[in-house]
Design a protein around this ligand. Structure first.
Ligand code: ATP
Ligand code: MG
Length: 474
């Protein structure tokens, strides 16, 4: 990897450069710092820009407000101001040093200083403690550029002290390993493992945010396998997976490696990735098929403990709970699956993605092929606007009531019965044809809405026993 010269020029968004120059025009000093410098040196696209400056935060606010920029002052107590310059958010922070992190969230106090090098010394890792100026070049007092060249993550100063000061840095270290494919240097690695228990005191939302980035990154397999003992503190149950042998036809030595491999086989989407992981984290689910929802219960408990966003928890749990859903790779089978899930195409698409990854990771080629085919059928059904939910029928519950049906649960059941016939293509999706059919069939009286589709799916599978191999194991 290229080792940058001190005078090297690195690409920075022109709007972020304009912010830096505006600060300097006020006779203050300013440098780019943090992730944008690190990522530019690695050759990755920076997604946010941080500037460290001698200017006090209130001066920064006044300067950019007077230029008509929107300014976000939420972090001003710590010297941080967000400047929105031509739609780009640039975080501008006064050079500072920090006192201890008493509440493990934020430093007890910060002191503003005039020296960029002092500011760099409070940063977590040497690769994140590099400053860059478009004219003065790179300022790298801790050897961060060398670390980047050697793909190494090293704490600034004594690693144990730095992890004790703010244990979130443990998660940040692992998240950077997972994003960049870098390794921890020996002393940082040792301290990280020794300080793992300190993570218990960190605000759960902060931990979850890092864990989520870790799991949605390209090197997660390597990190989960190597640091399950550390992650156990925040994700109880993960270490036990390493002790379970993998029963699948692949090269994974244990269930942890297998689970991490399935995670790698789904796109970098938090719900899919957590679902892939939690699908493997239900003790004994494999032996006890009646206990299929155990994994979903487990996932909910763990994600709630981490204060994960509610919507994400619901998506993960629904995927985990349905991971063994039956899928027949034909138009009727896929349509029924969507209808059984209230017409939620996105959910079924995610479910198929999860099952495809599972089959691929297990080396089950035929099943993988069938599921991929089912996924193509789903795309085709959507492209052809085939009705897959009650709301897509050419007639509504009100039409049925107007035609004389008694309002109540039988309306939903009748709509499902009609949808089933539309899916089977025994009737066209036209209002008069549907009304006529509704007058001829008995309104179904029992069962929860949507169950009719599941029932038919099950019947199809019983009639077609060779299809039972489509079922995915937990
Ligand atoms: P990315 O934005 O790609 O996630 P980043 O390194 O820019 O990575 P930020 O959270 O944006 O991470 O923080 C910007 C910089 O602030 C970091 O590069 C680092 O120098 C410093 N920093 C952030 N969090 C900490 C921390 N907990 N302890 C010490 N320094 C930190
Ligand atoms: Mg950043």
């Amino acid at each position: 990897m290229l080792l940058m010269k001190k005078t090297a020029h690195i690409p920075i968004d022109p709007r972020a450069l304009a912010v830096l120059h505006a600060i300097e025009a006020e006779k203050e000093s300013a440098w780019f710092v943090g992730g944008c410098v690190r990522d530019a040196l690695i050759g990755r696209c920076a997604h946010d820009f941080d500037i460290a400056t001698s200017a006090r935060w209130d001066r920064v606010v006044a300067l950019f407000s007077s230029r008509g920029c929107r300014v976000v002052e939420a972090g001003s107590a710590h010297g941080s101001v967000g400047v929105i310059y031509d739609e780009l958010l640039v975080e501008v922070t006064t050079y500072r040093i920090e006192a201890a992190y008493g509440d493990k969230r934020r430093p007890d106090s910060v002191s503003f200083v005039d020296d960029i090098e002092l500011d760099l010394a409070r940063r977590d890792f040497c690769m994140n403690a590099i400053a860059y100026h478009p004219e003065r070049g790179i300022l790298d007092p801790f050897g961060g550029t060398e670390d980047i060249a050697e793909q190494r993550i090293r704490a600034v100063g004594d690693p144990a002290l730095r992890f004790m000061e703010d244990p979130l840095r443990i998660m940040r270290a692992l998240r950077f390993c997972s994003q960049l494919g870098f390794s921890l240097d020996e002393a940082t690695d040792k301290a990280l493992v020794e300080c793992a228990a300190e993570l218990n005191d960190v605000a759960k939302e902060r931990v979850f945010s890092e864990l989520s980035k870790l799991i949605c990154s390209p090197y997660e397999e390597k990190v989960l396998a190597r640091y399950a003992n550390v992650l156990e503190t925040v994700l109880e149950g993960i270490e036990a997976l390493a002790k379970q042998p993998s029963p699948f036809k692949n090269t994974c030595k244990n269930m942890l490696e297998h689970a991490a491999h399935v995670v790698a086989c789904v796109p970098e989407d938090a719900a899919l990735r957590f679902a892939a992981l939690f699908s493997h984290m239900a003790p004994h689910a494999e032996q006890n098929r009646k206990d299929e929802c155990h994994a979903a219960v487990f996932a909910r408990q763990r994600l709630r403990a981490l204060k994960a966003p509610r919507k994400l928890i619901e998506r993960v749990c629904a995927l985990v709970a349905n991971r063994s859903a039956l899928v027949e790779p034909d138009r009727l089978g896929v349509s029924l699956l969507v209808a059984a899930n209230n017409g939620d195409v996105r959910f079924v698409r995610d479910l198929l993605t999860l099952k495809i990854a599972q089959a691929a990771a297990c080396g089950e080629r035929e099943r993988e092929y069938e599921l991929r085919h089912a996924s193509e059928i789903l795309d085709e059904l959507v492209a052809n606007r085939k009705p897959l939910s009650r709301s897509e029928l050419a007639l509504s519950g009100n039409d049925l009531i107007a035609a004389g049906m008694t309002p109540g649960p039988s309306i939903a059941a009748m709509l499902d019965a009609l949808l089933l016939e539309v899916i089977r293509e025994t009737v066209a999706n036209e209002r008069t044809a549907l009304l006529e059919l509704a007058s001829r069939i008995e309104p179904p009286t029992e069962g929860k809405a949507g169950n009719i589709f599941e029932k038919i799916l099950k019947i199809r599978l019983t009639e077609n026993p060779e299809r039972s191999n489509i079922q995915i194991r937990a």
